[in-house]
Design a protein around this ligand. Structure first.
Ligand code: UDP
Length: 368
């Protein structure tokens, strides 16, 4: 049995991918507003500017960066495995320092890490520190992940991808950026499988955050998106964004462009530089594409999505169904056109279209 620690100081260790980092920073905001003091342990990555902005804004936070391999913007299973091996020693060293720096009135009471950093469970145990896991995806998709051990046992999965599940089961609790009314049945199934406390404290971005959610550490939000929306009729605009990491082919990009043009609806389209494979930005678009639409279409590199979705001009969200986008859309009551590309997003899209029935999934060239 782990000794009960009484401090109000927590150490947070996020995965340095924007879609994981943002919910962790929102969580930091929430915990800070409840009187906890926080230390963030980070990696020297491109996402660090987002950290620094948040850290300088939250007075009692302190930061500790340490060296480890520089992760790119997307993560494959093999890279995740590698990070979980290579980070062990530097993280252990960093955590020991933070724990031994304990001031007696404010000892570290707990480590909170992204579920994907499953190696942190053993490190926390070795320092007798309780670990709470933050899972940044939907609980519905985690039900699928939790079946991985069984699938591997039956020989359907050739690679070892189930450490995340076993390390989560061994942790002291699981935090979710979701709420019970939305994912009741998935949560019930997880509560049966995991005999640890579950904390349903989402949607994070709807808490009264001291600092607004950081949307990106790299791209400036184009505020003209909002002034343009003001000029559009209520519920008329199709907002389209595929988040931070999805990459599509040139052919898909052009099909989307013609789909938007021929819909005859106004649209606000986020084309992140790098979204289209092998292309810098809008080069594949035919010359004069936007001009031919007489102001009906607007393309930006990055939008203030959390302000776009509640805008009265927005009528639909064409989305890749990352969990943050899905939750933000549900919170604002914006129906979705789902076009998931991989992983948990496919589960989210199924739930949006088949269970919650707040959107349609684009599959085989049809909306279903
Ligand atoms: N986002 C944004 N502006 C954009 C596109 C996305 O602020 O133009 C934010 C969005 O509000 C969400 C996050 O980026 O919070 C995307 O996270 P999600 O989990 O949906 O997808 P990921 O980027 O991880 O694929």
């Amino acid at each position: 049995m782990m000794e009960q620690r009484k401090g109000r100081r927590l150490i947070l260790f996020p995965l340095p991918l924007q879609g994981h980092l943002n919910p962790m920073l929102d969580l930091a905001n929430i915990l800070h507003s409840k009187g906890f003091s926080l230390s963030l342990s980070s990696t020297p990555t491109s996402t660090l500017p987002t950290f620094q902005t948040t850290l300088t804004s939250l007075s009692s936070l302190s930061k500790m960066a340490y060296r480890q391999p520089r992760p790119p913007q997307t993560m494959s299973f093999s890279l995740i495995s590698l990070l979980n091996i290579k980070c062990v020693e530097p993280f252990k060293e960093c955590l020991s320092r933070l724990v031994s720096d304990d001031v007696s009135e404010d000892p570290v009471s707990c480590l909170i890490t992204d579920a994907i950093f499953h190696f942190t469970q053993a490190v926390a145990e070795s320092l007798k520190l309780p670990r709470i896991v933050l899972r940044t995806v939907s609980s519905s998709s985690f039900v699928v992940f939790s079946a991985f051990p069984l699938l591997r046992e039956k020989g359907y999965l050739p690679i070892q991808v189930d450490n995340m599940v076993s390390a989560t089961k061994a942790s002291s609790g699981l935090m979710w950026n979701t709420f019970e009314d939305l994912e009741q049945s998935s949560l019930a199934s997880l509560i049966q499988q995991f005999s640890i406390p579950m904390f349903l404290i989402g949607p994070f971005h709807k808490h009264n955050l001291v600092i607004p959610s950081p949307s990106s550490g790299l791209l400036a939000e184009d505020q003209t998106s909002l002034s343009w929306l003001k000029t559009q009729p209520p519920k008329s605009v199709v907002y389209m964004s595929f988040g931070h990491i999805v990459v599509i082919s040139e052919q898909e990009f052009l099909e989307i462009a013609w789909g938007l043009a021929k819909s005859e609806q106004p649209f606000l389209w986020v084309v992140r530089p790098g979204l289209v494979h092998g292309v810098e930005w809008l080069e594949p678009l035919p010359r004069g594409f936007l001009e031919s639409l007489s102001g009906r279409g607007r393309i930006v590199k990055w939008a203030p999505q959390q302000e776009v979705l509640p805008h009265k001009a927005v009528g639909a969200f064409w989305s890749h169904n990352g969990w943050n986008s899905t939750l933000e859309s549900i919170c604002e009551g914006v129906p979705m056109i789902c076009m998931p590309c991989f992983g948990d997003r496919k589960v989210n899209a199924r739930f949006v279209s088949q269970v919650w029935k707040v959107g349609l999934q684009l599959e085989n060239g049809k909306l279903e």
